[in-house]
Design a protein around this ligand. Structure first.
Ligand SMILES: NC(=O)c1ccc[n+]([C@@H]2O[C@H](COP(=O)([O-])OP(=O)(O)OC[C@H]3O[C@@H](n4cnc5c(N)ncnc54)[C@H](OP(=O)(O)O)[C@@H]3O)[C@@H](O)[C@H]2O)c1
Length: 241
């Protein structure tokens, strides 16, 4: 029997990560769901088994992991990936929002950089060797429009997303020649808990939906091997500053 393709999604318990995990499972991927809350991840896994997984053997694997604990990322994720023996898609999505620029404490800035940059890099350090061995794979690093535009009042968050976007572009140049695609996703406001917490005042129906990120990933995965998309910015018509 041919092995199903494997997708690892960080921040799969809610929002964008949950929508992407549901979609990939529907498309026949064996999913690995990563986040801090085992209970919430298990609820997502149950929903996938009920609504999306096409085969009982494709039940999602749940991995409880606080990615800010960067020294443990490889220790926890490494054996899971080794057990499955391959990794086709990485959606490096988990992230945190903290408001502030000069008024932000250095401790908060360090926390943001750790979760939004260092942790993503730690996940990549675990996943990329397997993709290199396969000579294939597609990495989606979820940055933000705030990784392209420096918005006022959110200097720390923008710094973290610019940093991730920069790292991702370097990886694009390093890995594409080895058969591994790398795409930086830069959405504007998305209708999730984080969008609300970050102060989005637009109606939920007027902004990007989490499922739009999945549809974007689905489209990117459908492109031929000769077509690479380095970065993609998604905007809402009512928020184009
Ligand atoms: N919403 C927006 O408007 C927007 C726009 C542009 C970019 N983004 C980016 O898109 C990504 C997903 O955002 P979202 O809107 O879906 O946010 P969300 O609804 O707040 O979900 C964030 C996800 O990240 C996980 N997470 C956070 N900190 C973590 C940690 N230390 N270790 C492990 N998992 C952690 C959360 O899981 P647990 O809390 O269960 O651990 C949750 O699953 C983020 O990188 C965000 O910066 C969001």
């Amino acid at each position: 029997m041919t092995q199903a393709p494997v997708a690892l999604i960080t921040g799969a318990s809610r929002g964008i990560g949950r929508a992407v995990a549901m979609g990939l499972a529907q498309d026949g991927y064996q999913t690995i769901l990563v986040g801090r809350s085992r209970r919430t991840l298990e609820q997502v896994a149950e929903t996938i088994c009920r609504e999306a997984a096409q085969d009982d053997d494709l039940s999602p694997l749940v991995v409880k992991l606080d990615l800010s604990d960067v020294d443990h990322v490889d220790q926890v994720l490494g054996p899971v990936i080794q057990k499955l023996g391959r990794i086709d898609v990485l959606v490096n999505n988990a992230g945190q929002y903290i408001q502030g620029s000069l008024d932000m404490s250095c401790k908060d800035l360090e926390r943001l950089l750790r979760v939004n940059v260092t942790a993503q890099v730690a996940v990549l350090q675990t996943v990329v060797p397997m993709m290199k061995a396969q000579g294939s794979g597609h990495i989606f690093n979820v940055a933000s429009r705030a990784g392209k535009v420096g918005f006022e009042g959110v200097g720390g968050y923008c710094a973290s997303k610019f940093a991730l976007a920069g790292f991702s572009e370097s990886l694009y140049r390093e890995l594409v020649p080895q058969g591994i695609k790398v795409t930086t996703l830069c959405p504007g406001w998305v209708n999730t808990d984080m969008g609300v917490a970050a102060g989005c005042t637009l109606d939920a129906g007027d902004i990007i939906q989490p499922e739009d990120l999945y549809k974007t990933i689905q489209w990117l995965l459908s492109l031929s091997p000769g077509a690479c998309v380095k970065a993609l910015v998604l905007e809402s018509p009512k928020s184009m500053a």
